[in-house]
Design a protein around this ligand. Structure first.
Ligand SMILES: [Fe+2]
Ligand SMILES: [Fe+2]
Length: 374
């Protein structure tokens, strides 16, 4: 008999999760899906890559660490975790401050899209591949991301909105990245995801009065999944030393700068959300960058110098240019066009300024394996 899970938390494959999501899609709302469909520099994208190249990776050089990581993921400690239970407090969505409600829903939609973006990419790799090490890893990661996205969608549904994930899979634009760019970008997004979730979780552990929604209680187990996914990409990169040496270090620096800067600008667009959490977005960004940098020394030979005086100043400049750009996009006529071009040029120059701050170099350990300690 084929026993089907009734909730995405219990689904053991991404396919099963998606079938459950399709069942619920009749309740999904157009506005949320439209937001998730957006492709700007700041919104989560869907990716595609050269799946044959990925499938050809031989993990023998990292076999011992690989088998240990896969065994841990197969054991599936978080099966059943991502569902509402008695810890799920009632939320008064109607009574919530409208600015907070808007930003929080925006945060949930953006997080759901990002989780789902991982699911779609990992599931596709599993479907196309024939290398059993690679397909097993990607099926396990797709399973986790499908649960994460499903759980966020549960939270959104209570507010009367939800993202139609089946529609997104078919209609959202896919951005092509060469496999090595997928490794850098995905490794970093998994590790920064871990750092973001654990920083909020620890902050709210100390200040429970700021926990304005129950979903934050789930963040510890959640971030452990992201941690494992990051470990997997570190091992994949470790199989080929060229990926983290020579000219590729300039690419690594580019992705570090882009991922950190995007997070900074995106978070600063949500002042009410951070105020409700009792978190200063500058402090939060610095905390998350510090943790992500410490973790990324496991595989990358450089870290960004986030203590450099030009770092904080550059981020602020980028953030202001971005806010002006958003305002100029609302306007019409030649004045608005000029303001838009000016803001774009300022954003580009701020980014270049951040990129050329000298990075810190260090020696990378022989084995990348880490345990979550924050
Ligand atoms: Fe996830
Ligand atoms: Fe992940």
């Amino acid at each position: 008999m084929n026993v089907q899970a009734e909730h995405t938390a219990d689904a053991t494959t991404a396919e099963e999760s998606l079938a459950l999501q399709a069942e619920q899609a009749k309740f999904d709302s157009k506005a949320a899906t439209d937001l998730a469909m957006q492709n700007t520099l700041l919104t989560p994208r869907f990716y595609t890559t050269d799946f044959d190249e990925l499938d050809a990776i031989d993990v023998s050089p990292v076999r011992e660490d690989w088998d240990a990581l896969i065994a841990q993921m197969v054991a599936d400690p978080n099966k059943g975790h991502f569902r509402k239970n008695e810890d799920w407090d009632h939320i008064d969505w109607e009574g919530m401050d409208p600015a907070l409600k808007k930003e929080f829903i925006d945060f949930l939609i953006s997080s759901c899209t990002a989780e789902f973006s991982g699911c779609v990419l990992y599931k596709e790799m599993k479907r196309r591949g024939s290398n059993s090490d690679i397909t097993q890893l990607f099926q396990l990661m797709a399973r986790d991301e499908a649960r994460h996205a499903g759980f966020i969608n549960d939270a959104l549904r209570e507010a009367g909105v939800a993202v139609n994930l089946g529609f997104l899979t078919q209609k959202k634009k896919y951005t092509y990245f060469r496999p090595k760019f997928i490794y850098y970008a995905t490794y970093l997004s998994e590790k920064i995801g871990y750092a973001r979730y654990i920083t909020i979780f620890r902050h709210l552990e100390a200040h429970p009065e700021h926990r304005f929604h129950p979903i934050f209680k789930w963040f510890r187990e959640w971030c452990n999944d992201e941690f494992s996914h990051g470990e997997a990409f570190a091992l994949l990169m470790k199989t080929d030393p060229k990926l983290t040496s020579g000219r590729n270090i300039w690419w690594i620096k580019f992705f570090l700068t882009a991922v950190y800067a995007t997070m900074y600008v995106r978070d600063h667009q949500r002042p009410a959300f951070h105020a409700a959490l009792g978190v200063d977005p500058d402090w939060y960004a610095h905390e998350v960058f510090t943790k992500t940098s410490a973790l990324s020394t496991q595989i990358f030979p450089i870290t960004l110098d986030i203590e450099h005086p030009r770092w904080a100043a550059g981020l602020k400049k980028l953030q202001r240019a971005n806010a002006d750009l958003a305002a100029a996009k609302e306007g019409r006529g030649p004045g608005a066009l000029l303001r838009r071009l000016g803001a774009q040029a300022r954003a580009a120059s701020a980014f270049v300024g951040l990129y050329f701050i000298p990075a810190k170099r260090h020696k990378v350990p022989a084995s990348p394996r880490l345990e979550p300690v924050y």
